[in-house]
Design a protein around this ligand. Sequence first.
Ligand SMILES: Nc1ncnc2c1ncn2[C@@H]1O[C@H](COP(=O)(O)OP(=O)(O)OP(=O)(O)O)[C@@H](O)[C@H]1O
Ligand SMILES: CC(=O)N[C@H]1[C@@H]2OC[C@@H](O2)[C@@H](O)[C@@H]1O[C@H](C)C(=O)O
Length: 369
Amino acid sequence: MMKAKSGGAVVRALGAMSGTSLDGVDAAVVETDGVAIQSFGESAYRAYSREEQQVLEAALGHWSGVEAEAAAAVIEAAHAEVLRGFSDAGLVGFHGQTLAHEPRGRGTCQVGDGQALAETLGVPVVWDFRTADVELGGEGAPLAPFFHFACAKWFGATEPVAFLNLGGVGNLTWVDPRKGAPEEDGALLAFDTGPANAPLNDLLRLRRGMNFDEGGKVAAAGTVATGALELFLQEAYFSRIPPKSLDRNDFPEMMDLVRELSDEDAAATMTAMCAASVAQGMAHCPTPPSKVLVTGGGRHNPVLMEMLRVSLECPVVPVEDVGLDGDMLEAQAFAYLAVRVARGLPTSCPATTGVMALVGGGTVSEPSR
Ligand SMILES: Nc1ncnc2c1ncn2[C@@H]1O[C@H](COP(=O)(O)OP(=O)(O)OP(=O)(O)O)[C@@H](O)[C@H]1O
Ligand SMILES: CC(=O)N[C@H]1[C@@H]2OC[C@@H](O2)[C@@H](O)[C@@H]1O[C@H](C)C(=O)O
C-alpha cells in the first residue's frame, strides 16, 4: 500500500453503480485514503440486455418478493461479470440497484447481496450505503456529495462550484472548496433536482421503441408546451427546502402533461422540465456557483445542455472540462465512499441528506476465505 498525503493508507478501490436509467453497470477504480483522491484508474461498462432490463423494470417499486429477487439475481450476475475484469482491487464499493426509495416512509431498497459478491470476487465489499442515513432521519440520497467535495479539491477549485448529475433522476451538489472538510458547516449543500432522463426515456420507449433521445434529436424537432411546463413547476417538491431526494418514478403526472403532444413536442417539453427543475433548484444554493459541472448521461444531450445554459446564470460545462469522467463519476463515488466506510469516516451529513448527525453508512462484508 502507498502512503497518502493526508495520513492514511491509499487503497485501490473499485466502485460499481447501476443507476435509475437501468442501462447498465458502471465500474471504476479510485486510489484514495478516503480523504484525498490520489488518482483515477481504469473503468468499464457492462450494458444490460433488454431481457435483463425488463426484469429490473418489473421490480421497480417492489421492496421484496419474486420481482425483487429476480432483480437481485440480475444485479449480482452483471456486477460479478464486470468486476471480475479488474485486478488488484483492495476493496469494492457496491451500490446495488435502487428498486424503491421512500425515506420518510418505508425506507430505501437497493438489491444485490454484497456478501455474495465478496465471496465471488474474494475481496471485501462495502454495500448498503443508504440505510443508516435513512434510519437517522436522512434522505439516504444523494451520497455522491462527499466525493464531489474531494473532486473539487482534486482539480484545484478555488471558488464554489456545482456538480449536476443528469441520470434518470437529477441531483445537484454545491461545494465550497475553501472549506477544509466536507462535513464542515457551509462546505456542501445537496439534493435531487427533479426527474432528469428517466421519464423521457420511458416515453420514447413506449411511443417509438427508442431507448433514449440520442443527441436530443427528437426534442430538437419539437416545441416546448409552456402550459405543461408551468403546471409541472407547480409541484410542491420544487419549493421544498433541501436536502431532499426522489424515487425514479415520483412524477407520474409528467406523462399525463405531455399525453396529447406529438412525440417531438413531448420530448422538447420533458427536456425543458428537466432544465427548469434544475434552474429552480439552483435558487436554493447558498451562493451562485462559479460554474456548473455537468455529469451523467444528460450532458451528452445538446438540447438539454443548451436549455441549461439559457436558464442558469453561470457557465454550464461538462465535468470533462476539469479533467473528470462524467460517465464514471458515480462509480468512482462509490469506490471513494467504500474507503471512507472502511476507515470509519462519515459519508453524509445534515447538509447533504438532512440526516441528524454525521453518518458513515455501509456494511463491510469480508470474503470467508
Ligand atoms: N448521447 C446521448 N444523447 C442524449 N441522451 C443521452 C445520451 N447518452 C446518454 N443519455 C441519457 O443519459 C441516460 C443515462 O445516464 P446515466 O448513465 O448518467 O444514468 P444513471 O446513472 O442510470 O442514473 P442516475 O444518476 O439517476 O442513477 C440515458 O438513459 C439517456 O437518457
Ligand atoms: C435512492 C437512489 O438510488 N438515488 C439515486 C438516484 O440517482 C440520482 C439521484 O437519484 C441520487 O439521489 C442517487 O444516486 C446518486 C449516485 C447519489 O446518491 O449521489
